[in-house]
Design a protein around this ligand. Structure first.
Ligand code: ZN
Ligand code: ZN
Length: 398
């Protein structure tokens, strides 16, 4: 069957590319994916899928569809995210974004297209499937504060689902390579927002002011000392300062406040808890020493993406059979984050990458870059991997 799936994926290449280019030309931001959703619904209906629900989070974005196999059995979910980014595209291609300032710069256009390609294969082999396929086309992966996966889980998309898989096209890897990892894979993403309150005054007379820049400077350095001394060398964690704002008027004014924002990336909840506590303690100490007060908000945006071992090993074996072991690689830990993690907090899941890079075709810009592009030759690989995983998992668990 895997051989057949691979052939079907190859024969659907043009259709998958056409769909991807359609999505690419008509990108929509998080929670605004109405036309994208309509196009997906129309395609799925044409393939004979039962549309379970359209519209999530009070919007018209996102769709869940189902296909019952010829035999009863368990339920496999496959997920694709479908949103674009607020970015002006700089690629000069016939299918360039028609929406000013919006671009599919993370490759979610190809995710939607590849999942539709897999949907077509699964519809074709439906009579032989032992179970049900649930397709999740998810809005708002990039939204940060309101992740689509979290909302979809809250609205019940995983009810009755036994296992889930999904992929990300991955520019740093050569087109067509499969990259997997068991256990922790992508980091948890937290954000912190700090305001240090001092007392402004003349730059020539700091003794009658309370200078918040001193506390801020101590915090920048002490946070890195804290990370180096309080997080074990065996762990993987990073803390970065992304914003420091202190005055913007004159060279001789001590500012009243300093605003700082940053991010924390971790893989284990114990480390995440420790860093949050130590960050607060470091800020408290530096502000007490500098006679400042402060306000600190710490937000946990996305949990770590943690792949279930057995599910990942099955995915790996399936891909090795499909594409040869030389095309399937283990990934290092990735410090970026993915809201797929919300699905994995509920049920076992395997999230993986499909290489999409190819410098010879100009596909060598990083994700979220105005020149981001992917090698479409990777699509049959992603399509076959998704359909192959669903088939194999249902066979092994019937
Ligand atoms: Zn992204
Ligand atoms: Zn993405």
């Amino acid at each position: 069957m895997l051989e057949r799936i691979k052939k079907l994926a190859a024969s659907y290449r043009e259709e998958t590319v056409t769909l991807r280019r359609h999505f690419h030309a008509h990108p929509e931001l998080s929670w605004e994916e109405t036309a994208t959703t309509e196009k997906i619904v129309e395609t799925l209906k044409g393939l004979g899928y039962h549309i379970v629900k359209v519209g999530f989070g009070g919007t018209k974005s996102g769709v869940v569809a189902e296909l019952k196999g010829g035999h009863g059995g368990k339920c496999v979910a496959l997920r694709a995210d479908i949103d674009a980014l607020p970015l002006q595209e700089e690629n000069d291609v016939p299918y360039k974004s028609k929406a000013g300032g919006v671009m599919h710069a993370c490759g979610h256009d190809s995710h939607a297209a590849m999942l539709l390609g897999a949907a077509k294969i699964l519809a074709e082999i439906k009579d032989e499937l032992h179970g049900t396929i649930r397709l999740i086309f998810q809005p708002a992966e990039e939204s940060g504060l309101r992740p689509g996966a979290k909302i979809m889980v809250e609205e019940g998309v995983l009810e009755g689902v036994d296992v889930i898989s999904g992929l990300h096209i991955w520019a740093p890897e050569p087109a067509g390579k499969i990259v997997y990892r068991s256990g922790p894979f992508m980091a948890a993403a937290d954000g912190w927002y700090l305001t240090i309150q001092g007392k402004g005054g003349h730059g020539s007379a700091p003794e009658i002011s309370v200078d918040p820049t001193i506390a801020a400077a101590n915090i920048v350095l002490n946070l890195q000392a804290m990370m180096a001394r309080e997080v074990s060398a065996r762990e993987t964690a990073v803390l970065s300062v992304g914003v420091i704002k202190a005055g913007d008027t004159a060279f001789n004014i001590i500012p009243d406040t300093v605003k700082m924002n940053g991010t924390v990336r971790t893989f284990r909840p114990e480390i995440q808890d420790h860093v949050e506590e130590a960050l607060r303690r470091t800020v408290e100490g530096a502000c007490a020493m500098g006679r400042c007060t402060f306000n600190l908000e710490y937000k946990r945006f996305l949990p770590a993406t943690i792949n279930d071992h057995d599910t990942t090993m099955l995915l790996k074996a399936t891909c090795e059979e499909l594409f040869g072991a030389e095309n399937v690689e283990e990934s290092p830990l990735i410090m970026g984050s993915e809201d797929f993690s919300y699905f994995q907090r509920e049920i076992p899941g395997a999230f993986f990458f499909v290489g999409g890079g190819n410098p010879e075709k100009g596909c060598n810009s990083p994700h979220h870059h105005p020149k981001f592009s992917v090698d479409e030759d990777a699509f049959p690989v992603g399509v076959a991997a998704l359909a192959g995983f669903a088939w194999t998992w249902l066979e092994k668990n019937k």
